[in-house]
Design a protein around this ligand. Sequence first.
Ligand SMILES: Cc1ncc(COP(=O)(O)O)c(C=O)c1O
Length: 341
Amino acid sequence: MSGVGPPPVPHSRPWITAEDEAAVARCLRSSQIARGTEVAAFEADLADLIGARHALTTSSGTQALWLALDALGVRPGDEVVVPTYVCEAVAAAVRQCGGTPRLVDVAPGWRADACAVAAALGPRTRAIVLVHALGVYTDPSPFLALGPPVVEDFCQTFAPARFPPRGAAAVYSFHATKCLTTGEGGLLTTDDDAVAARARARSEVTGGLSDLQAALGRAQLARQPAFAARRAAIAEHYLEALPRRLTTDYDAVRRDSMGFRFLLTGIDFDTLRRVAGARGVAVRRGVDALLHRRAGLDDAPFPVAADLLARTCSIPAHPSLGAPEVTRVIEAVRAALEAGA
Ligand SMILES: Cc1ncc(COP(=O)(O)O)c(C=O)c1O
């Protein structure tokens, strides 16, 4: 025995194939690697797929959100409604415009809560960020009816044909841990000519994607049907193999999920992390921390988010997982249950 086990199963991993390598190599050989025709073609592909009048690639999802909020007029003293159950980047984008995040609770099923947003509106509200978190889509209709412009954050939910954006703007992330990747990168879409023009003017100063990244993005975009099929197959496998009580909550939202995350509840996170980690399998919480806790606020106004943070375990479900890795994840969850998780 060498004592060397199989390689770790990471929680996220980009799915890079020979097609991606060939596309990037082609771009390299062309010597046109700065922002140029590949970026323009990627933006055209994305606008077409998403059904948006304008698509502007950016250096990150955070930059896309910042540019969207800035173009919608968020200025110092303004409030932007943001869910507490989200990564810090969303609050950072609001602050980048000089705005103040007005944090609200979420709804069960990892969804945005229109009632919580409505209760948070006030004279200083300039925009609402509706986050489609963890791959789960929330119907924007009740948010759009509230009045302030809605920016839909699709950074964790790339399935535009199924879930087309309907707000004043939408943002996406192409980070290596996201649904499709350009290494780092993002996208802002809008039907509003003035919003697009302001965001594009700003991005010319602050930077965006290169052709090298766009070449990778276009190759990844072309394979989205394969990504979706693989995610669906992995989810089916988990649903069949894992005890029902761990998957009931996720199963309830599955028809509104594009499968970015596979979420377990009813299992102790710390035990799962310890036992799975010892077997080389990485698991995460749904989010690492709640924004209101980072801001030093009490849990009382955010009971659903506090409950979701405590109960949600995200297991590897990225499309690059091979069958033996999926089996190792299942065995790790079973071992954690045996260890009392
Ligand atoms: C919901 C959400 N919004 C925005 C972002 C920011 O995206 P990026 O990492 O590309 O800046 C992330 C990334 O973690 C995210 O999960």
